[in-house]
Design a protein around this ligand. Sequence first.
Ligand code: ZN
Length: 326
Amino acid sequence: MIKKYRTIPIKILILEALLRRLPENHPKRPKIREELVRSYAGYRGEESLDYYLAQLPPDNYYIFQDLRIPISKDTYFQIDILLLTRRYFIIYEAKNMLGTLFFDFNQLVRTYEEKEEIFPDPIVQVQNQQYHLDNLLKKHLNKTVPNTSFVVVTNPSSKIEINSQYHVAKQKVIRNPAILPRFVTYSRQHPTDILDDRELQKITRLLLKFHTPSQPDILSQFQISIDEILPGLYCDRCMSLSIVKVDRTWKCQQCGIENDKAFIQAIIDYFLLIGATITNQQCRAFIQHSSIYVVSRLLRSLKLPYKGSTKGRAYQLSLHDLQKWL
Ligand SMILES: [Zn+2]
């Protein structure tokens, strides 16, 4: 049973919003696009595990897709997929990379198009995740549950190479189709229940409660200031900020298409790039529409929580609302 589904990472949403709202000739665009392609590849890699996990024999296990759990203030550990049972837990880390992947001690060397890149060792990564989750179970249930982890190379055309002395890596690095046989083997080796149903429910509740989605500061990362973000309403069809209100419809001045969702998209972009609250005045400036009354009606229609009196009312945007609109 899936206890937590992954959603599109906020990082991807921010990068997409930036590409909608930076000038065509902005020097940071190529780097942003590159980062977006990489982030999407990671996300698709994680998704590719779902098909194989869905084939596991029916049993009492819970699956959590994409968990980010605090260890201490401002420090988190992140798990792509956690499979939790009464008897053990398994962590899966997806690696969606092209080229030749050489798993060496303490590093992953990727060679692609004759270029060599060094990444942190994903084996160490998953072992850290095991360690932290094990600690969490000890702390809250006072129990130790057997556990293991796998690094799943999700791109079937990438080549896997492992340092012949790196025995742990040989055990842990697998491809998607190996998920089932490895699961069956591990499951057979651990037939004894350690947790009862109440404990399993408790830890499930805690994991869902502790999960904190990441909200990366992409603007700082790319050294882009808020002044560089273009206002207006975006047209998906001709990819320009050319939608304006014409009578009762929202119409693109470039291609002529009508789009009633352009306002919501603008509010989403505002939240992703500028801030978590929006006033009537800020909204008018951002969507480039001069009528206080029209904007007031639009903002009220979103049914967002707000603070302040009618004039200075600041509507509050949250990740939760945003995910409802996507
Ligand atoms: Zn258009």
